[in-house]
Design a protein around this ligand. Sequence first.
Ligand code: C5P
Length: 245
Amino acid sequence: MKTELIVALDNMTEITARSFVEKSASCGVNWFKIGLELYSATGPAFVKELKQKGYNVFLDLKLHDIPNTVEKASRVIAGLGVDLLTIHCTGGVDMMKGALVGAQGSSTSIIGVTALTSLGDHDLGLLGEVFAFNDQSKPRPARKRTVARLYQAALEVGLRGIVCSPDDLATLPRINPSGFCFVTPGIRPTFADRNDQQSVATPAAAVKAGATHLVVGRPITAPPSGMSSEDAIKKILEEMATAGN
Ligand code: C5P
């Protein structure tokens, strides 16, 4: 499976997002991530616009609600033609199943968010991790344990992939059925700033580690001075190619 480059359309207006889509497409990119911020501003209209233009859309809304609500939202979103839709695995097995039922018969793949990289051990403890799953025979940091367990749950329920950090990619057991997606943010080519990302990998390292989709925002949308967004995309695609992509 060829690794896809997804440009994250964050921190921008609809007009700027449209211009980034055009610039990216001129370099061969046809995957775009619309997150909570842009979706809140533009609603389904911008998703429909990208789909009508033939692009692939990763709608990163991270749904988390009761199963009935998530099923219905998933059905509406699948009707927009979205390609990847995120839900929180911590919403539980019935909620994950609800999302799958909602998207049934559509081309939308439901992707699970395991543990947000922003959660520390204290937060995971608040979620019950420490008490319910502190298996002393396999001491591992709470986050890694949580990610591994939710990955397993996502597989069992039949989700089509998970969002995972470069660090998760390196440590998760590869028990995935073929076609399972590892959607990986935290990508930093050597020319880019790390920004607020805690766990980063270069495009080549992430491809080699088995990422199926690289989500890249600021290295492309806010490249270092003297470099255009198009230059940044070309460098990233070249680097992915050197890793066998
Ligand atoms: O600008 P940057 O390349 O850091 O953007 C990464 C994208 O991936 C952002 O849209 C961000 O919301 C998303 N993301 C992330 N880290 C996670 C999950 C999602 O950076 N753990």
